[in-house]
Write a protein that binds this ligand. Structure first.
Ligand code: BEZ
Ligand code: FE
Length: 295
């Protein structure tokens, strides 16, 4: 609260906040009541703190309206807004509490697709996506160090042009798939070496980033979602060590524990599965530890 308002003005503003908060007194659902009351307190605190002008509020309404207009079943501008304000990552942090050495979670993003193709361990998710091949391998274990056999691993990534398959308009399915860990909890697959790409920035969120001098770029990453009975489902990515954007990921998704060395391999160097490879490729190891369900 600014210290320049009179006592009468302060009284009027504070009285309104309390009156609005009290309007939820009869809400039968205690959690909904808590959420609405707290939201009102925080929103009013913001409006009063910055002494919001009517013109600014009207601009904000215009912004939200255009976010609504650009949103459809393929484009979710409100999730993008939540992402670039760090709200997605904060919610993830609160809901995936640290548990022993369990792998950290990060932002889900808008490009996961149900019913991705199944590949065998050692298979290839690329399906013709542009990019340098990358061998990904690791294990899935529980927090006691026991291998988790049959864990479902969903993986998805952008191609070297910075686009997910669903952003191409030809209906392709590429650079995504799922596989299951073997009896020793091991997995491996061929994907493509991640490269940086911008989040969709053709809408109001992109305009806001431009207005505040922020880049829409995400650090290079490969998405994972790992699930197994009795374990907390993990949604995460791995990031590329040395990527210039690690400190500037526009959705604040980078965590040091998720930054991995993607070792570049010279053209012609032998591959783990004997596949003939003309050009350069890379390899990365990612061992995943799941927290127990309900933690
Ligand atoms: C992604 O990594 O796919 C992503 C995450 C947040 C916003 C946009 C894209
Ligand atoms: Fe992504």
């Amino acid at each position: 609260m600014t210290d320049t308002v009179s006592a009468e003005q302060e009284h009027r503003e504070a009285e309104l906040v309390e009156r609005v908060a009290r309007s939820f007194d009869n809400c039968a659902d205690p959690r909904l009541k808590q959420l609405m009351t707290s939201l009102v307190h925080h929103l009013h605190a913001f409006v009063r703190d910055v002494r919001l002008t009517e013109r600014e509020w009207s601009k904000a309404i215009e912004f939200l309206t255009s976010a609504g207009h650009i949103t459809d079943d393929k484009h979710q501008e409100f999730i993008l807004l939540s992402d670039v304000l760090g709200i997605s990552m904060q919610t993830i942090a609160i809901n995936n509490e640290a548990y022993g050495n369990a792998t950290e979670a990060t932002v889900f993003g808008p490009f996961f697709v149900e019913d991705s193709p199944e590949i065998p361990v050692g298979g290839d998710i690329s399906a013709g996506a542009s990019g340098e091949p990358c061998w990904v391998e690791g294990t899935v274990s529980d927090s006691k160090g026991q291998p988790v056999a049959g864990a479902r691993i969903e993986v998805w990534e952008a191609d070297a042009d910075g686009l997910y398959d669903v952003q191409h308009d030809d209906g392709r399915t590429a650079a995504r798939g799922h596989l299951f860990t073997d009896a020793e909890g091991r997995y491996s697959f061929w994907g493509i070496t991640p490269t940086p790409y911008p989040i969709p920035h053709d809408g109001p969120v992109g305009k806001m980033l431009e207005a505040v001098g922020r880049s829409p770029m995400r650090a290079s990453h490969l998405h994972f979602m790992v699930s197994a009975p009795g374990q907390r489902t993990l949604v995460t990515h791995i990031f590329v060590q040395g990527d210039q954007l690690l400190g500037a990921d526009t959705v604040f998704g980078v965590k040091p524990s998720l930054v991995k060395e993607f070792e570049r391999q010279l053209p012609g160097s032998p591959t783990p599965d004997g596949r003939a490879m003309d050009g350069a490729w890379s390899r990365v190891a990612f061992d995943i530890v799941l927290a127990p369900a309900g933690t």
